[in-house]
Write a protein that binds this ligand. Structure first.
Ligand SMILES: NC(=O)c1ccc[n+]([C@@H]2O[C@H](COP(=O)([O-])OP(=O)(O)OC[C@H]3O[C@@H](n4cnc5c(N)ncnc54)[C@H](O)[C@@H]3O)[C@@H](O)[C@H]2O)c1
Length: 364
């Protein structure tokens, strides 16, 4: 085997995987910065954005090649893994092209806005035999993984109840919301993945959404606040509450209650100080997902690169992305049709449902 240049080796002698990031907006720039940082298994080798100024600024600042063309990324032999962080409607085709070019793929959530292209993207990755990971970063956050390990080891006993809260301080731009797939597909998808991860498969969803803060949401046929009730296949119940407009900061907290123990997850402070003044006690609070989950975003790329290098499946798979997407679509439908969507037990496996009837036909 040809010896690798020293620059490609970590101090432990293990190879670092070259990553190329496409889309340098809110999340893609973070991915580029983390890849350019001190990850043991990954290094940034190229960035691409359709906006030339963004691509140049990131490339120059992070000391890496840049361009405005996805083709350049696919044609770069130093890029082994492609990180797709473009607007959602571009993901599936980019996954297919990256897989066809033999690149491993990390794709931001959701994989797509419709079931058929989601399935095509999965199939393309499967056919090419590349690693395909979806961006559910919570699965890499130390607080969440520690809780998950104890839950999966049975330390909670029988799980009765799952509750999760996800709140953004302020909404993204209307332009983003317009092409996001709607609140449930864009936001709730994270909590549906968390619910499956921590508790197990979901049998029923009942979703309520409301556009309360700004008429723009209703004009875009979207909502800014939502509540979802879940019934798990195990019989456990769940509640998800979410908002794009919490005002006070970013919150992402969960409680899983079991027969023997209950775990609460939710660290929202930068420092652990309490500021005491007459009549009040105050703590600081994180502003957004980038701040709260900086470590998780770095660790998910580290894990993606390690999966490529070690030839193992990713921790979060394309099938996880598919399952959460189908559940999110079901929430959207439940909200619009004002009814419970139930997955037939026989069709629970992977939530791959009949697309001919809008992707959800085996629901009753
Ligand atoms: N996992 C998370 O926590 C998380 C957080 C935010 C966003 N996301 C997901 O990441 C994706 C991007 O979201 P965002 O908020 O960063 O969006 P954004 O609008 O801030 O950024 C998108 C970027 O893609 C670039 N772009 C558009 N078309 C392109 C093309 N053809 N080639 C190259 N670049 C192109 C745009 O110029 C822009 O810089 C979405 O799918 C979203 O759901 C995930």
């Amino acid at each position: 085997m040809k010896a690798l240049p020293l620059s490609e080796m970590t101090t432990s002698g293990r190879r670092r995987i070259g990553l190329g990031v496409v889309g340098l907006g809110r999340i893609g720039l973070l991915h580029a910065e983390h890849s350019a940082g001190p990850l043991a298994s990954a290094k940034l080798v190229r960035v691409v954005d359709a906006d030339e100024a963004l691509a140049r600024e990131a490339g120059d600042r992070l000391g890496t090649s840049w361009s405005t063309s996805f083709e350049d990324l696919l044609g770069d032999v130093n890029v082994e893994g492609v990180v797709i962080a473009t607007p959602t409607q571009l993901h599936a085709e980019m996954v297919e092209r990256a897989a066809a070019a033999g690149k491993h793929v990390f794709c931001e959530k959701p994989i797509s806005l419709d079931l058929s292209s989601t399935l095509r993207a999965l199939e393309a990755a499967r056919t090419a035999g590349v690693v395909f990971q979806v961006g559910f970063h919570r699965r890499f956050d130390p607080d969440w993984t520690a809780a998950a390990a104890r839950i999966h080891a049975g330390q909670l006993g029988e799980i009765f109840f799952f509750r999760t809260t996800l709140r953004d301080r302020q909404p993204p731009a209307a332009e983003y919301i317009r092409t996001s797939g709607g609140f449930f597909v864009d936001v709730t998808i994270h909590d549906l993945d968390t619910a499956r991860w921590l508790v197990g498969e979901i049998e029923e969803v009942t979703a309520f959404g409301a556009a309360l803060s700004d008429p723009t949401f209703a004009e875009l046929d979207d909502v800014d606040n939502a509540v979802v009730a879940l019934r798990f296949a195990s019989g456990a119940l769940g509640v998800i509450d979410e908002s794009r407009v919490a005002g006070y900061g970013y919150e992402c907290s969960t409680e899983v209650m079991g027969s023997r123990a209950t775990v609460r997850i939710g660290q929202h402070r930068r420092v652990n100080n309490v500021w005491l003044t007459p009549g009040s006690a105050a703590v600081d609070w994180v502003t957004d997902f980038a701040e709260r989950y900086a470590k998780a975003y770095a660790l998910e790329l580290e894990d993606f690169a390690a999966a490529i290098r070690d030839g193992r499946p990713p921790t979060v798979t394309g099938d996880d992305g598919l399952a959460a997407f189908v559940l999110a679509q079901a929430c959207d439908r439940s909200h619009r049709e004002r009814r419970t969507i139930r997955f037939l037990p026989d069709n629970r496996d992977g939530y791959v449902l009949d697309e001919a009837a809008g992707g959800l036909s085996p629901c009753v």
